[in-house]
Unconditional design. Structure first.
Length: 215
């Protein structure tokens, strides 16, 4: 019988590009993974975003429309936003602006409304006297109301009065259904309001004037 002798052949060295890889490549891979984890922690979706500071006024969109402007080069489409802002404590504003995007139009309208904020004088939870205003084709009548009446108004008038913080008012709209004109007419009516202290001397002066009587 033939006997085979064991051969002491040297072991082949492992290739660096194999599955196991060299220690240096494994170290490099670990380093890359660590950097990926650190990057993911800082910029990933799970990271916390910076909280925005709350705005000074509450806002609500009165009207949002897509408008088209015809020019020599063609049609240019944009968005128009009418926005009402207020703190519901006596201050209210209204703005209209256009933008290529809805969010841009809203931001522009908010800045525009913030520039035209007015303070509404209130007397015992209502306005001090009736006001009649005409803006364009829209006519608005605001009348004071006792406590518990609420806002007897609708549409743009109600929104403006709510954000102004007026709890009791009776209103009437005549000759128009345009939201923007009605809102502007309501704000114009609020600018004409006078406090009781400001109105009292004027009333007293009128009462003291002599009245012509035919003999």
């Amino acid at each position: 019988m033939e006997h085979t002798k064991p051969t002491n052949a040297p072991a082949r060295p492992k290739r660096e590009g194999g599955r196991g890889g060299s220690p240096s490549s494994r170290a490099g891979g670990g380093r890359g993974e660590g950097q990926g984890e650190r990057r993911g922690r800082g910029r990933g979706r799970g990271g916390k975003r910076d909280e925005r500071a709350p705005r000074e006024f509450e806002q609500k969109i009165l009207d949002l429309a897509r408008v088209t402007r015809v020019t020599a080069g063609g049609k240019r489409m944009s968005f128009r936003c009418a926005l009402v802002i207020g703190d519901k404590k006596g201050r209210v504003g209204f703005g209209v602006a256009k933008g290529g995007d809805v969010q841009i139009a809203i931001e522009k309208a908010y800045k525009q409304a913030k520039k035209h904020v007015l303070t509404v004088p209130l007397t015992h939870g209502t306005i001090s006297h009736p006001v009649w205003v005409k803006f364009g084709s829209a006519m608005i009548l605001l009348k004071p109301a006792p406590k518990g009446t609420g806002l007897k108004s609708g549409g743009a008038v109600r929104m403006v009065l709510e954000f102004a913080g007026v709890p009791n008012v009776v209103s009437k709209i005549i000759n128009s259904s345009n939201k923007i004109n009605i809102a502007k007419a309501t704000l114009e009516a609020l600018t004409q309001l006078r406090a009781v202290e400001e109105k009292a001397p004027q009333v007293a002066e009128k009462e003291t004037q002599p009245v012509a009587v035919n003999a």
